[in-house]
Design a protein around this ligand. Structure first.
Ligand code: ADP
Ligand code: MG
Length: 444
């Protein structure tokens, strides 16, 4: 007796599995519209409403499909797709044809509430430039940086500014996810033209978290077309991302477009800026924090402003609950699980010099010296860049540890390397390696 499931049952088992493990709306959206066309022991053919459903299935359910469906002799999934041709079968789910849902914009994410420091000054002024003169300064403006460093805040800042000062302009702020979902809905409703028209009539398009466009080939193309249509009309585009364009897994065309304008990095705020952020957030919430306590928090939560905010919220909740004086000891106890255990390791200029010396095979004494041969000068600049990034000290002091250089030399080196990092992948890797070595070696 043949113990393998018959193909029809296999497909049903697959659906049952999916049904059990996804939300009902996801199931309704993606699976309910699929029709089984043919199934034999050798292959299964299904009809899907559009190519996006095929993409979605293969992107997300390959493993499960392989489990249930026939496999060809070369080990590939033997699943065939038929794209439905405008036949008049009733749509399982018709969504109202609304404009894309507006992003819930945080009222507090304004330029005024964005605290400036050396790590974000440049990006903030670029964002303000774009908000005051859309389409006329940098286009597109591409903002990248790690999580919780204020990318979304600045993006919404642009939105708020435009909405207060230039009400006539059509501005739309979307997350990349929302853009994709919108596109899928409109494809299903055969209203893509309407959507295209909507986006292409905007004066300003703000797109958050473009990294989610990676590996979504078909969506990428539509996005790219929208993008080009807007740019060609001098309409402003602002994009945020967790990586610079060159490191995104997107088509060359898309990457090139994103590099057309200004690519700006938002970095980790230095100690003073973190203190200012803490004081600002506390004040906003009506929480009294001594400066010693603000410094204490800033020293122990250092690479993510969102966490800093979480800490303030927690202190706020506690101080409402019990009438405690927020001394350093009390704060330390309340926040114990949030404080980073080893407060920022004290990296020294010597640590940086040693690591760069090993990486580029150049003597530390040369790095500290005045030789200007290309290799030495470059390695020195990378060392200066890293020193500024990793050491929480005045530029003056850091520079003087490089055999008595000036702080403007240091700043110049930092700017130069920062800008090279935007599109030099090899350098990016070298810097990452050096950083890791320094951080592993520093502070014992
Ligand atoms: P990202 O989008 O980069 O992950 P967000 O913009 O969501 O980060 O910022 C995380 C939180 O930190 C937000 O509440 C934001 O207001 C706050 N934040 C980040 N940078 C600053 C800053 N420079 N000044 C004030 N708040 C900031
Ligand atoms: Mg964000």
């Amino acid at each position: 007796m043949d113990t393998t499931l018959d193909p029809q049952t296999s497909w049903q088992s697959f659906l049952d599995l999916v049904k059990a493990s996804t939300s009902s709306s996801e199931f309704e959206n993606w699976f309910a519209p699929i029709h089984l066309v043919e199934c034999t022991q050798e292959k299964v053919t299904i009809e899907v409403p559009n190519i996006f459903v095929r993409e979605y299935l293969l992107d997300n359910y390959k493993k499960e499909l392989l489990l249930f469906l026939p496999i060809s002799s070369d080990g590939e999934l033997s699943l065939h797709f038929k794209i439905k041709e405008g036949q008049k079968t009733p749509e399982p789910l018709t969504l109202p044809n609304l404009p894309p849902p507006p992003l819930s914009l945080n009222q507090l994410y304004t330029f005024d509430n964005f605290i400036e420091g050396p790590s974000n000054q440049f990006v903030k002024s670029a964002a303000m430039g774009v908000a005051t003169r859309p389409g006329k300064t940098y286009n597109p403006l591409f903002i990248h940086g790690g999580v919780g460093l204020g990318k979304t805040h600045l993006l919404h800042g642009i939105w708020h500014y435009v909405n207060t000062h230039q009400k006539k302009l059509k501005i739309q702020c979307v997350t990349t996810e929302a853009f994709i979902n919108d596109l899928v809905d409109n494809l299903r409703n055969k209203s893509v033209d309407k959507m295209k028209k909507f986006y292409r009539n905007l004066d300003i398009l703000l797109v958050d978290d473009i990294q989610f466009l990676q590996n979504r080939l078909n969506f990428e193309e539509e996005f790219c077309n929208t993008f080009e249509a807007l740019i060609h009309k001098n309409k402003q585009i602002v994009i945020t991302s967790d990586k610079p364009p060159s490191l995104l897994k997107l088509s060359e065309r898309m990457i090139a477009r994103m590099e057309w304008g200004l690519v700006a990095n938002i970095g980790i705020p230095d100690l003073e800026t973190r203190v200012a952020i803490i004081q600002h957030k506390a004040e906003q919430k009506g929480l009294q924090i001594e400066s010693e306590v603000a410094f204490f928090i800033a020293e122990h939560i250092y690479n993510n402003v969102r966490q800093i905010e979480g800490a303030i919220n927690k202190l706020m909740a506690f101080s409402k609950l019990i009438n405690l004086n927020l001394t350093k000891d009390v704060v330390e106890r309340i926040l114990s699980d949030m404080l980073q255990k080893n407060p920022q390791k004290k990296v020294t200029v010597d640590d940086v010099l040693k690591s760069i010396s090993a990486l580029y095979e150049i003597k530390v004494s040369d790095l500290k010296g005045d030789a200007r041969t290309k290799e030495v000068a470059f390695a020195r600049q990378v060392a200066m860049y890293l020193a500024k990034e990793l050491i929480d000290d005045s530029l003056q002091k850091i520079a003087s540890s490089f055999g008595g250089k000036t702080h403007s030399t240091l700043l110049h080196a930092w700017k130069k390397i920062s800008s090279q990092l935007q599109n030099n992948e090899q350098l990016l890797k070298q810097v990452a390696i050096a950083k890791r070595n320094i951080e592993m070696g520093a502070g014992g």
